[in-house]
Design a protein around this ligand. Sequence first.
Ligand code: CDP
Length: 304
Amino acid sequence: MKKKLISIFVFLCAIIPAFGEILAEGKTKIVRPYPEDPTLAIFESKDDITAFNGLKHDAFQGKGEFANQTTCNVFRLLADCGIPLAFRKQLDSHHFLGEMCQMIPYEVVVRREAHGSYLTRHPSIEKETVFPKLVVEFFLKTRNLEGMGVPIPRHDPLFQLTDSGGELFLPETPIEGQKPYLILSDFPLKDRPALFEEIALMAKQTFLILEKAWQLENARLVDFKVEFGINSSGKLVLADVIDNDCWRVVQNGQYIDKQIFRDGGAIDKVAELYKYVTAATGRFTLPCNQLILWRESESDHVLK
Ligand code: CDP
Protein backbone atom coordinates (compact mmCIF):
# COMPACT_ATOMS: atom_id res chain seq x y z
CA MET A 1 0.00 0.00 0.00
CA LYS A 2 2.82 2.36 1.06
CA LYS A 3 4.69 1.50 -2.13
CA LYS A 4 1.60 2.26 -4.19
CA LEU A 5 1.16 5.67 -2.50
CA ILE A 6 4.81 6.53 -3.15
CA SER A 7 4.50 5.68 -6.83
CA ILE A 8 1.31 7.80 -7.11
CA PHE A 9 3.20 10.66 -5.40
CA VAL A 10 6.15 10.31 -7.80
CA PHE A 11 3.77 10.22 -10.77
CA LEU A 12 1.96 13.37 -9.60
CA CYS A 13 5.27 15.17 -9.02
CA ALA A 14 6.21 14.34 -12.60
CA ILE A 15 3.01 15.66 -14.15
CA ILE A 16 2.10 18.57 -11.88
CA PRO A 17 5.01 20.81 -12.95
CA ALA A 18 3.87 20.31 -16.55
CA PHE A 19 0.38 21.51 -15.73
CA GLY A 20 1.60 24.11 -13.23
CA GLU A 21 4.26 26.06 -15.07
CA ILE A 22 2.89 28.67 -17.47
CA LEU A 23 4.76 29.81 -20.57
CA ALA A 24 2.10 32.28 -21.64
CA GLU A 25 -1.42 33.18 -20.69
CA GLY A 26 -3.88 35.11 -22.83
CA LYS A 27 -7.51 36.11 -22.42
CA THR A 28 -8.82 32.69 -23.46
CA LYS A 29 -5.93 30.23 -23.30
CA ILE A 30 -2.89 29.09 -21.34
CA VAL A 31 0.31 27.64 -22.83
CA ARG A 32 2.34 25.21 -20.75
CA PRO A 33 5.57 23.31 -21.41
CA TYR A 34 5.42 19.71 -22.59
CA PRO A 35 8.08 17.98 -20.47
CA GLU A 36 8.77 15.17 -22.94
CA ASP A 37 9.71 17.48 -25.81
CA PRO A 38 10.70 21.15 -25.53
CA THR A 39 9.71 21.81 -29.16
CA LEU A 40 6.07 21.13 -28.18
CA ALA A 41 3.65 22.80 -25.76
CA ILE A 42 0.27 22.08 -24.15
CA PHE A 43 -2.51 24.52 -25.02
CA GLU A 44 -5.44 24.88 -22.62
CA SER A 45 -8.69 26.69 -23.40
CA LYS A 46 -10.29 28.71 -20.59
CA ASP A 47 -13.97 29.37 -19.88
CA ASP A 48 -13.52 33.11 -20.60
CA ILE A 49 -15.11 34.93 -23.52
CA THR A 50 -14.01 38.45 -24.45
CA ALA A 51 -14.72 41.05 -27.11
CA PHE A 52 -13.59 44.54 -28.12
CA ASN A 53 -9.99 43.85 -27.10
CA GLY A 54 -10.96 42.55 -23.69
CA LEU A 55 -13.27 45.48 -22.79
CA LYS A 56 -16.23 43.11 -22.72
CA HIS A 57 -15.62 40.00 -20.65
CA ASP A 58 -17.66 37.08 -19.37
CA ALA A 59 -17.31 33.34 -18.86
CA PHE A 60 -19.56 30.33 -19.04
CA GLN A 61 -19.18 26.73 -18.03
CA GLY A 62 -18.22 24.61 -21.01
CA LYS A 63 -16.61 27.42 -23.04
CA GLY A 64 -13.09 25.95 -22.58
CA GLU A 65 -14.26 22.51 -23.58
CA PHE A 66 -16.20 23.78 -26.62
CA ALA A 67 -13.24 25.92 -27.73
CA ASN A 68 -10.74 23.07 -27.41
CA GLN A 69 -13.02 20.58 -29.17
CA THR A 70 -13.85 23.00 -31.99
CA THR A 71 -10.17 23.81 -32.56
CA CYS A 72 -9.27 20.11 -32.58
CA ASN A 73 -12.12 19.31 -35.00
CA VAL A 74 -11.03 22.10 -37.34
CA PHE A 75 -7.32 21.26 -37.20
CA ARG A 76 -8.00 17.57 -37.79
CA LEU A 77 -9.78 18.43 -41.05
CA LEU A 78 -7.04 20.88 -42.08
CA ALA A 79 -4.34 18.28 -41.31
CA ASP A 80 -6.20 15.75 -43.50
CA CYS A 81 -6.17 18.37 -46.27
CA GLY A 82 -2.40 18.83 -45.99
CA ILE A 83 -2.28 22.33 -44.46
CA PRO A 84 1.00 22.70 -42.49
CA LEU A 85 -0.07 23.06 -38.86
CA ALA A 86 1.43 23.64 -35.42
CA PHE A 87 -1.36 21.39 -34.08
CA ARG A 88 -0.28 17.81 -33.25
CA LYS A 89 -3.11 16.07 -31.37
CA GLN A 90 -5.94 16.49 -28.90
CA LEU A 91 -4.89 15.50 -25.37
CA ASP A 92 -8.22 15.68 -23.53
CA SER A 93 -11.37 17.80 -23.20
CA HIS A 94 -9.46 21.05 -22.48
CA HIS A 95 -5.97 20.52 -23.94
CA PHE A 96 -4.19 19.92 -27.21
CA LEU A 97 -0.56 19.40 -28.05
CA GLY A 98 1.07 21.73 -30.55
CA GLU A 99 4.45 22.88 -31.76
CA MET A 100 6.14 25.77 -29.98
CA CYS A 101 6.44 28.48 -32.60
CA GLN A 102 7.91 31.86 -33.02
CA MET A 103 4.61 33.59 -33.63
CA ILE A 104 4.37 36.08 -36.49
CA PRO A 105 2.54 39.08 -35.00
CA TYR A 106 -0.09 39.60 -37.70
CA GLU A 107 -3.77 38.71 -37.52
CA VAL A 108 -4.63 37.47 -40.99
CA VAL A 109 -8.29 38.00 -41.87
CA VAL A 110 -9.91 36.33 -44.88
CA ARG A 111 -13.36 37.44 -46.04
CA ARG A 112 -15.97 35.97 -48.40
CA GLU A 113 -18.53 38.62 -47.44
CA ALA A 114 -18.51 42.16 -46.04
CA HIS A 115 -19.18 42.11 -42.26
CA GLY A 116 -17.74 43.69 -39.13
CA SER A 117 -14.89 46.17 -39.35
CA TYR A 118 -14.76 45.87 -43.16
CA LEU A 119 -18.06 47.78 -43.32
CA THR A 120 -16.60 50.65 -41.30
CA ARG A 121 -13.60 50.89 -43.60
CA HIS A 122 -15.80 50.64 -46.71
CA PRO A 123 -19.04 52.46 -45.85
CA SER A 124 -20.28 52.36 -49.44
CA ILE A 125 -20.27 48.55 -49.45
CA GLU A 126 -23.44 46.84 -48.26
CA LYS A 127 -23.36 44.26 -45.49
CA GLU A 128 -23.15 40.68 -46.83
CA THR A 129 -21.76 41.77 -50.22
CA VAL A 130 -20.09 38.65 -51.59
CA PHE A 131 -16.45 38.81 -52.72
CA PRO A 132 -16.04 36.30 -55.57
CA LYS A 133 -12.30 36.59 -54.98
CA LEU A 134 -11.40 36.18 -51.29
CA VAL A 135 -10.23 39.37 -49.55
CA VAL A 136 -7.13 39.02 -47.34
CA GLU A 137 -6.14 41.67 -44.77
CA PHE A 138 -3.23 41.84 -42.34
CA PHE A 139 -3.56 43.52 -38.94
CA LEU A 140 -0.33 44.14 -37.06
CA LYS A 141 -0.50 42.87 -33.46
CA THR A 142 1.25 45.75 -31.78
CA ARG A 143 0.45 45.16 -28.11
CA ASN A 144 3.42 42.99 -27.18
CA LEU A 145 5.64 44.17 -29.98
CA GLU A 146 8.94 45.68 -29.03
CA GLY A 147 11.99 46.75 -30.92
CA MET A 148 10.36 48.51 -33.86
CA GLY A 149 12.09 51.67 -32.78
CA VAL A 150 8.97 53.86 -32.76
CA PRO A 151 6.00 54.01 -30.42
CA ILE A 152 2.75 52.86 -32.05
CA PRO A 153 0.03 55.40 -31.22
CA ARG A 154 -2.95 53.16 -32.18
CA HIS A 155 -2.92 49.43 -31.57
CA ASP A 156 -3.67 46.56 -33.97
CA PRO A 157 -3.80 48.67 -37.15
CA LEU A 158 -4.55 47.51 -40.66
CA PHE A 159 -1.14 46.82 -42.23
CA GLN A 160 -0.20 47.24 -45.88
CA LEU A 161 3.18 46.33 -47.31
CA THR A 162 4.30 48.89 -49.88
CA ASP A 163 7.57 50.04 -51.45
CA SER A 164 7.73 52.78 -48.78
CA GLY A 165 7.56 50.26 -45.90
CA GLY A 166 4.83 48.95 -43.61
CA GLU A 167 1.89 51.33 -43.75
CA LEU A 168 -0.45 51.48 -40.75
CA PHE A 169 -4.09 52.54 -41.08
CA LEU A 170 -6.88 53.05 -38.55
CA PRO A 171 -9.08 49.95 -38.85
CA GLU A 172 -12.28 51.66 -37.73
CA THR A 173 -12.11 54.60 -40.18
CA PRO A 174 -13.03 54.68 -43.89
CA ILE A 175 -10.00 53.62 -45.88
CA GLU A 176 -10.77 55.75 -48.92
CA GLY A 177 -8.77 58.92 -48.64
CA GLN A 178 -7.14 57.75 -45.39
CA LYS A 179 -3.40 58.37 -45.31
CA PRO A 180 -1.29 55.90 -43.29
CA TYR A 181 -0.88 57.32 -39.79
CA LEU A 182 2.57 55.75 -39.61
CA ILE A 183 4.98 54.16 -42.09
CA LEU A 184 7.27 51.65 -40.41
CA SER A 185 10.70 51.07 -41.90
CA ASP A 186 11.08 48.07 -39.60
CA PHE A 187 8.25 45.58 -39.15
CA PRO A 188 7.77 41.81 -38.71
CA LEU A 189 8.85 39.79 -41.80
CA LYS A 190 10.58 42.84 -43.28
CA ASP A 191 13.50 40.62 -44.26
CA ARG A 192 11.27 37.84 -45.63
CA PRO A 193 8.68 39.68 -47.77
CA ALA A 194 7.89 36.51 -49.77
CA LEU A 195 6.32 35.11 -46.60
CA PHE A 196 3.45 37.63 -46.88
CA GLU A 197 2.41 35.92 -50.15
CA GLU A 198 2.89 32.47 -48.68
CA ILE A 199 0.80 33.34 -45.62
CA ALA A 200 -1.98 34.87 -47.73
CA LEU A 201 -2.08 31.77 -49.93
CA MET A 202 -2.19 29.39 -46.97
CA ALA A 203 -4.88 31.49 -45.27
CA LYS A 204 -7.03 31.39 -48.44
CA GLN A 205 -6.57 27.61 -48.86
CA THR A 206 -7.60 27.16 -45.22
CA PHE A 207 -10.64 29.36 -45.74
CA LEU A 208 -11.77 27.39 -48.81
CA ILE A 209 -11.57 24.10 -46.89
CA LEU A 210 -13.59 25.43 -43.96
CA GLU A 211 -16.03 27.25 -46.24
CA LYS A 212 -16.87 23.93 -47.91
CA ALA A 213 -17.11 22.14 -44.54
CA TRP A 214 -19.62 24.77 -43.34
CA GLN A 215 -21.57 24.58 -46.62
CA LEU A 216 -22.11 20.88 -45.91
CA GLU A 217 -23.64 21.98 -42.58
CA ASN A 218 -25.92 24.43 -44.43
CA ALA A 219 -24.06 27.46 -43.12
CA ARG A 220 -21.93 30.26 -44.59
CA LEU A 221 -18.42 30.95 -43.34
CA VAL A 222 -18.25 34.68 -44.08
CA ASP A 223 -14.88 35.61 -42.53
CA PHE A 224 -12.17 34.36 -40.17
CA LYS A 225 -8.93 35.33 -38.49
CA VAL A 226 -5.89 33.08 -38.39
CA GLU A 227 -2.33 33.39 -37.10
CA PHE A 228 0.94 31.87 -38.29
CA GLY A 229 4.24 30.89 -36.74
CA ILE A 230 7.63 29.47 -37.55
CA ASN A 231 8.22 26.09 -35.89
CA SER A 232 11.51 24.76 -34.50
CA SER A 233 12.48 23.42 -37.96
CA GLY A 234 12.03 26.89 -39.47
CA LYS A 235 8.82 25.94 -41.30
CA LEU A 236 5.85 28.29 -41.73
CA VAL A 237 2.80 26.75 -40.04
CA LEU A 238 -0.78 27.76 -39.29
CA ALA A 239 -0.72 28.17 -35.50
CA ASP A 240 -2.79 29.48 -32.58
CA VAL A 241 -6.41 28.20 -32.56
CA ILE A 242 -9.43 28.29 -34.85
CA ASP A 243 -12.53 28.16 -32.69
CA ASN A 244 -15.93 29.84 -32.57
CA ASP A 245 -14.29 33.12 -31.45
CA CYS A 246 -12.27 33.41 -34.67
CA TRP A 247 -14.89 33.39 -37.39
CA ARG A 248 -18.32 34.54 -38.46
CA VAL A 249 -20.67 31.79 -39.56
CA VAL A 250 -24.23 32.51 -40.70
CA GLN A 251 -26.98 29.90 -40.58
CA ASN A 252 -30.64 30.61 -41.33
CA GLY A 253 -29.83 34.32 -41.40
CA GLN A 254 -28.27 34.31 -37.88
CA TYR A 255 -24.68 34.44 -36.66
CA ILE A 256 -23.85 31.27 -34.72
CA ASP A 257 -20.44 32.50 -33.51
CA LYS A 258 -19.06 35.10 -31.07
CA GLN A 259 -20.97 37.89 -32.83
CA ILE A 260 -24.00 37.14 -30.63
CA PHE A 261 -21.84 37.85 -27.56
CA ARG A 262 -20.45 41.08 -29.11
CA ASP A 263 -24.03 42.17 -29.83
CA GLY A 264 -25.08 41.68 -26.18
CA GLY A 265 -26.87 38.31 -26.49
CA ALA A 266 -27.71 36.42 -23.28
CA ILE A 267 -24.83 34.24 -22.12
CA ASP A 268 -27.09 31.13 -22.12
CA LYS A 269 -27.85 31.71 -25.78
CA VAL A 270 -24.12 32.17 -26.50
CA ALA A 271 -23.34 28.91 -24.66
CA GLU A 272 -26.02 27.10 -26.68
CA LEU A 273 -24.50 28.30 -29.97
CA TYR A 274 -20.98 27.29 -28.92
CA LYS A 275 -22.28 23.83 -28.06
CA TYR A 276 -24.03 23.60 -31.43
CA VAL A 277 -20.87 24.69 -33.30
CA THR A 278 -18.80 22.11 -31.39
CA ALA A 279 -21.15 19.36 -32.60
CA ALA A 280 -21.26 20.73 -36.17
CA THR A 281 -17.45 20.92 -36.47
CA GLY A 282 -17.33 17.36 -35.07
CA ARG A 283 -18.91 16.31 -38.38
CA PHE A 284 -16.17 18.00 -40.45
CA THR A 285 -14.54 15.20 -42.44
CA LEU A 286 -12.72 14.78 -45.69
CA PRO A 287 -15.26 13.54 -48.25
CA CYS A 288 -14.05 10.41 -50.05
CA ASN A 289 -14.66 11.57 -53.59
CA GLN A 290 -13.28 9.47 -56.43
CA LEU A 291 -11.40 10.92 -59.36
CA ILE A 292 -12.03 8.77 -62.43
CA LEU A 293 -9.60 9.07 -65.34
CA TRP A 294 -11.11 7.68 -68.52
CA ARG A 295 -8.58 6.95 -71.24
CA GLU A 296 -9.96 7.14 -74.73
CA SER A 297 -9.21 4.21 -77.02
CA GLU A 298 -6.95 4.54 -80.07
CA SER A 299 -9.89 3.86 -82.42
CA ASP A 300 -11.64 7.03 -81.13
CA HIS A 301 -9.15 9.00 -83.20
CA VAL A 302 -10.21 7.38 -86.47
CA LEU A 303 -12.52 9.67 -88.38
CA LYS A 304 -15.53 7.81 -89.58
O1 CDP B 1 -14.51 41.51 -35.15
P1 CDP B 1 -14.41 42.89 -35.72
O2 CDP B 1 -15.65 43.37 -36.39
O3 CDP B 1 -13.79 43.87 -34.79
O4 CDP B 1 -13.29 42.76 -36.82
P2 CDP B 1 -13.27 42.11 -38.23
O5 CDP B 1 -12.01 42.64 -38.84
O6 CDP B 1 -14.51 42.33 -39.00
O7 CDP B 1 -13.09 40.56 -37.96
C1 CDP B 1 -12.95 39.67 -39.02
C2 CDP B 1 -12.95 38.26 -38.48
O8 CDP B 1 -11.80 38.07 -37.67
C3 CDP B 1 -14.15 37.93 -37.60
O9 CDP B 1 -14.53 36.61 -37.84
C4 CDP B 1 -13.62 38.06 -36.18
O10 CDP B 1 -14.28 37.16 -35.32
C5 CDP B 1 -12.16 37.67 -36.36
N1 CDP B 1 -11.27 38.36 -35.41
C6 CDP B 1 -10.65 37.66 -34.39
O11 CDP B 1 -10.83 36.45 -34.29
N2 CDP B 1 -9.83 38.30 -33.50
C7 CDP B 1 -9.59 39.62 -33.62
N3 CDP B 1 -8.78 40.20 -32.74
C8 CDP B 1 -10.19 40.35 -34.66
C9 CDP B 1 -11.03 39.70 -35.54
